[in-house]
Write a protein that binds this ligand. Sequence first.
Ligand SMILES: [Zn+2]
Ligand SMILES: [Zn+2]
Ligand SMILES: [Zn+2]
Ligand SMILES: [Zn+2]
Length: 287
Amino acid sequence: MQFFHPACGDVYDATILSPPTELPPRSHARSLSPYYLLSSGKKVNVPWSAIVRDRPAIELDDAVALVPRNCFHGNVVVLRAIDTDGDQLYGWFVKRQSHLLQRLTKRIIIQIGMTCNAVRPSSSLVTCFIDAIFTNSTVDFESLAVVRFERKRSILGDVASNQRKTIKKRSSRPTRPTRARSARIAKKGVDEHETTCVVCMEDFTGFVERPCGKCTTPVCQSCSDRMRGMCAVCDRSKLNAHYECHGCGGLEDLKHSGFPCVTCGENVLCAMCYRAYDECYACDPLA
Ligand SMILES: [Zn+2]
Ligand SMILES: [Zn+2]
Ligand SMILES: [Zn+2]
Ligand SMILES: [Zn+2]
């Protein structure tokens, strides 16, 4: 799939990228915030990645009633959740001192929106994070968010238990070279002539196969890894293109694209979705 994006030029599907050799750091341990929603009396922790505006929101005492005169734009925390069509929706909440995020009523949202439009027309509340009651009135944002956040918690639980198992296995097994290392060792000796990499201009030895299969321009291993399976000559336009993330639908450059989905492992997410342990469209249980 390829289409032209007016702002940033060519956009490709991230599936054409080869897997990254290095993954950005992430930790399941710090993925959930202490803030929570209440769903039938049960606390559902909000992932940090779902909090898109909190600067820092002024907390409302738990005893204070949620009525228009007690709420203004400074109280608003914005959460994000992806709906069943893959679109980003935003919901406005107020932060209670107990860390409860309470959904604002339609009346308060309208009132804060109107005041913001008049007094602070450049506020992110009215420019980027318009509440779902205006953008998709068929969805109950809080119910959607609860489903999304519970799914995130179960994914993080699986990640944690898999990691514990891997650590156990590793400690009970003698160390040996990883597959990548042995592959690189095996490659040595194929071509020991020193050549200059056309990308970084550094001298290197060892033959690195061109992904296109036709060019003979020498490219070193680290440049080749960075180009994610692209040929420095044939795929020049793709090297500067953007790639669509299969999680958030965002467009990112080569360096920030093609990271694995937490469920299927396909390299189709942007770096931000990867760090948040997000899933791709194909794995979305609501889609
Ligand atoms: Zn190089
Ligand atoms: Zn080529
Ligand atoms: Zn993304
Ligand atoms: Zn997936």
